[in-house]
Design a protein around this ligand. Structure first.
Ligand SMILES: Nc1nc2c(ncn2[C@@H]2O[C@H](COP(=O)(O)OP(=O)(O)OP(=O)(O)O)[C@@H](O)[C@H]2O)c(=O)[nH]1
Length: 306
């Protein structure tokens, strides 16, 4: 039999790469740390980027924002914009959306999550499609994103977090699955002593630490007030504990308010590993009981649910 169907055939691989090189489709591959590992010439030209084995997606977006090339990003706060997109990027097996490029093109981007955590991005130029329904579609996409986003921190909001949890509990590919309920310690004091705006700044700061510490596939959301939910797919208890430990240490070292360089803060965490068939309500109530124990034990620590 001919080996033309052998996916490991080097000749076939070379042919496939040549196709990508010549293709008008924008194709890129990001690894599990969201570092760009491959981009075909169409993608490189569109996003003004060259893979160097270090550049991650967020850095590409910051560069695009500053230079006004590549992705069209209309925001006053690029970090909030990045946080908001990261709360959706790479969280589901497949996602597709429209996006504008600064050169005036309009693309249909698809993101396909590979089993090992790499993200395949393929986009086609849809500028020529009918413009009349475009505004409506964009408004719809914006409304959908807003409905999922916490206004203050730009993380997923409560509704989005709970929806992601329900989906994760049903997806066998996400198991083992852990969740962490996180609550800032004595947060009321920050508000009382330094004012509500300082409290807001601390909440935003914490949201950034949470995203920076977690993996791309993890779901970060703000449930309300100073309480956050971290969904950890494909993480057993030891891995989840390591991530939470890193988060607690990172927060301990942080000084969130430049105008109050002495002020630190901390958080407490209730960690629970999901059991097959368990509802999100029961899982969260176990995590909540663990969080309560962490608070009782002196705060600035995590406790694991029974
Ligand atoms: N600045 C600010 N404060 C908020 C916001 N939402 C809720 N809060 C405040 O967050 C505080 C939450 O306090 P609690 O979690 O009950 O208690 P705590 O002081 O953190 O103490 P422990 O949780 O027991 O460690 C309350 O004072 C709320 O008013 C917000 O969006 N911005």
């Amino acid at each position: 039999m001919s080996d033309i169907h052998d996916p490991h055939d080097p000749a076939l691989t070379a042919q496939l790469m040549a196709c990508h090189d010549d293709s008008p489709l924008l194709t890129a591959l990001f690894d599990e740390h969201d570092v760009l590992r491959y981009a075909n010439p169409a993608f490189q030209a569109a996003y003004d980027v060259e893979p160097d084995g270090q550049l991650n997606w967020a850095a590409i977006m910051r560069h695009n924002h500053v230079t006004r090339r590549g992705a069209m990003i209309e925001t006053q706060d690029i970090e909030a914009w990045i946080a908001s997109v990261l709360s959706r990027r790479g969280k589901t097996a497949f996602r597709a959306f429209e996006a504008d490029l600064s050169d005036g093109r309009w693309i249909w981007m698809t993101e396909t999550l590979q089993k090992q955590g790499w993200l395949l991005c393929v986009a086609s130029d849809i500028t020529a499609l009918r413009q009349d329904s475009r505004a409506l579609r964009q408004a719809h996409a914006r409304a959908l994103a807003a409905a999922q986003t916490d206004v203050l921190t730009a993380l997923g909001n409560r509704r989005h977090g709970l929806l992601m949890l329900d989906q994760a509990l049903l997806d066998v590919d996400h198991w083992p699955l852990c969740v962490a309920l996180i609550d800032l310690d004595d947060f009321k004091q920050i508000n009382d002593q330094l004012g509500h705006a300082a409290g807001d700044a601390a909440l935003i700061h914490f949201a950034r630490q949470l995203q920076a510490t977690s993996r791309r596939e993890d779901g970060c959301s703000r449930l309300g007030g100073d309480e956050f939910l971290l969904i950890l797919p494909t993480a057993g208890q030891p891995q989840a504990e390591a991530i939470i430990q890193r988060l607690i240490e990172r927060v301990n070292q942080a000084r969130p308010l430049p105008e109050h360089p002495q002020m630190g803060y901390s958080c407490s965490v209730g960690l629970a590993q999901a059991q097959w068939g368990e509802s999100s309500e029961v899982l969260l109530s176990r995590a909540d009981a663990a969080l309560y124990r962490a608070k009782q034990a002196g705060r600035n620590r995590y406790a694991v649910a029974d």
